[in-house]
Each structure stands twice: as structure tokens, then as C-alpha cells.
Design a binder for this molecule. Structure first.
Ligand code: FPP
Length: 240
């Protein structure tokens, strides 16, 4: 999505919430203990968004690669997502948060998918903050699924190869209703993007910060968002 060249605060912040496992290990606790602490952080960060002028928040909760973790951790995370939705739904609705989920739902448990669908519907009238949660999400997987659906449109005669351009392909992405992220934050000191919003982040600014996700406070979030405003974004253009 095109944007004007004046830099203000980010409209859309995307976060790779990394470091839950190390946070728990440092305390001699199981990894899931860190994920539970991480889930509590999510609430504080979402609530901080309106005051910072952040309209869209997209968070990476479970990647297409995370299935490789132990069965205990995967099952624990899936249960945590279900409980999070059950417990937070009322407050998310009351706080004006519109929740969406991206990622491939085919591999997810039916109970979780039902809760996701219900929460999307329940909050669909909200517009204060748009929170998107990526579950079983991978950027390459998303682009591949989009390409498949686009190919089907062509096969069935609704589009031709002449219609295929970046804009048309983007209409088939999970994120088709969202603007591109302006700022991508990754916590825990790792400087990788790990298959997150590959297409959408083509012109995003990145912030890699050392804090482990369960320690990432609303104050630090405000600092990182503040630093963004000082950056000079040109989207490939030359400044005049
Ligand atoms: C990465 O830390 C974190 C995850 C794979 C899970 C993210 C989940 C949450 C923050 C909690 C729940 C979220 C919602 C929306 C309820 P890691 O386990 O890779 O940490 P490590 O790199 O220290 O091992």
C-alpha cells in the first residue's frame, strides 16, 4: 500500500515475540512458563497502542516451523491460545480491539479454529486497534497459498495471466485487508525475520532489541515506536 513520504509514528507495528523460552530457563522453569508470561505481555502492548497512534498491531504467535518443537510445548501453546481467546474476548471487545488471525488454519485443532472465528466475528465492529495474530503462519507458505488461489482463478477463467501483478497477488494474501507494516520489532537479540510477513515488509523499518519478550514493557515499546519517527523513510525514492 502506498504511503506519503513524511515520517510520523508507525500506523502498523509487527512484532516477533521472541525469548519466552530463555526467559523461563533463566528462572529454572519449563518453557511454557515463559509463554504464559509472554501472553500477559501481549495484553499490555495492545493496550498501549492507541496512545502511541499505532492503529495496527500484528504479532507472531506460532510459525509454520514451530511444529518441530516438542509435542508438550506445541500442545501447551495451542491450549494457551484457546485459553487466551476465552479469557480475553470480553475485554478485547470492550477495549475496541478488532482481532484477526492470519496463517493456515487447516492444520489447527477444530476447537481453536472455532474460537478464532468467533472472536473475529465478535470484534468485527471494533476500530480502535486492529490486532492480527499469526498462528501457523509462514511468509513463504502465505505467498504459496496466495499463488495457488490466483492460479485457480486463472484456471477457472475469472482472471488471465495479464492480470497478475503485485497488487493482484496481494489481494490473495492473508493480510489483504491490512496496510503493510511500517515497523517490525524482534525481541531477544536475534537479528532474523524468520519467515514473518516477507512480502508485506519489503519497505518496513526493523528494530532488533535485546529484551526478552516477557520483559518487554509498554515503556520500552513507546521508546522503540518513538525512535521510528526519527527515521528517514524514502521507499526507494530520492528525497527532494
Ligand atoms: C518465541 O519464543 C515465542 C513463541 C514461539 C510463542 C509466542 C507466544 C506467545 C508470546 C504467547 C501467546 C500469544 C498469544 C497471542 C496468546 P521462544 O520460545 O522461541 O523463545 P526462545 O528463543 O528463548 O527459546
Amino acid at each position: 500500500m502506498a504511503k506519503d513520504l513524511t515520517t510520523t509514528g508507525p500506523d502498523h507495528v509487527a512484532i516477533i515475540m521472541d525469548g519466552n523460552g530463555r526467559w523461563a530457563q533463566k528462572r529454572g522453569k519449563p518453557r511454557l512458563f515463559g509463554h504464559h508470561a509472554g501472553a500477559k505481555r501481549v495484553r499490555q502492548i495492545v493496550e498501549a497502542c492507541p496512545d502511541l497512534g499505532v492503529k495496527y498491531l500484528t504479532i507472531f504467535a506460532f510459525s509454520t516451523e514451530n511444529w518441530r518443537r516438542t509435542q508438550t510445548e506445541v500442545a501447551g501453546l495451542m491450549k494457551l491460545f484457546r485459553r487466551y481467546i476465552e479469557r480475553e474476548a470480553r475485554d478485547l471487545l470492550a477495549n475496541g480491539v478488532r482481532v484477526r488471525f492470519i496463517g493456515d488454519r487447516m492444520k489447527l485443532d477444530d476447537r481453536l479454529v472455532q474460537l478464532m472465528d468467533d472472536l473475529e466475528l465478535l470484534t468485527s465492529g471494533n476500530d480502535r486497534v486492529h490486532m492480527t495474530v499469526a498462528i501457523n503462519y509462514g511468509g513463504r507458505d502465505e505467498v504459496t497459498r496466495a499463488a495457488k488461489r490466483l492460479a485457480l482463478e486463472i484456471e477457472q477463467g475469472r482472471l488471465t495471466h495479464r492480470d497478475v501483478d503485485a497488487e493482484t497477488l496481494a489481494r490473495f494474501l492473508d493480510t489483504h485487508v491490512l496496510p503493510d507494516p511500517d515497523l517490525v520489532i524482534r525481541t531477544s537479540g536475534e537479528a532474523r525475520i524468520s519467515n514473518f510477513l516477507l512480502w508485506q515488509s519489503a519497505y518496513a523499518e526493523y528494530e532488533f532489541i535485546d529484551t526478552l519478550w516477557p520483559d518487554f514493557t509498554a515503556e520500552e515499546f513507546a521508546e522503540v515506536v518513538g525512535r521510528y519517527a526519527a527515521r528517514d523513510r524514502r521507499f526507494g525514492a530520492v528525497k527532494v
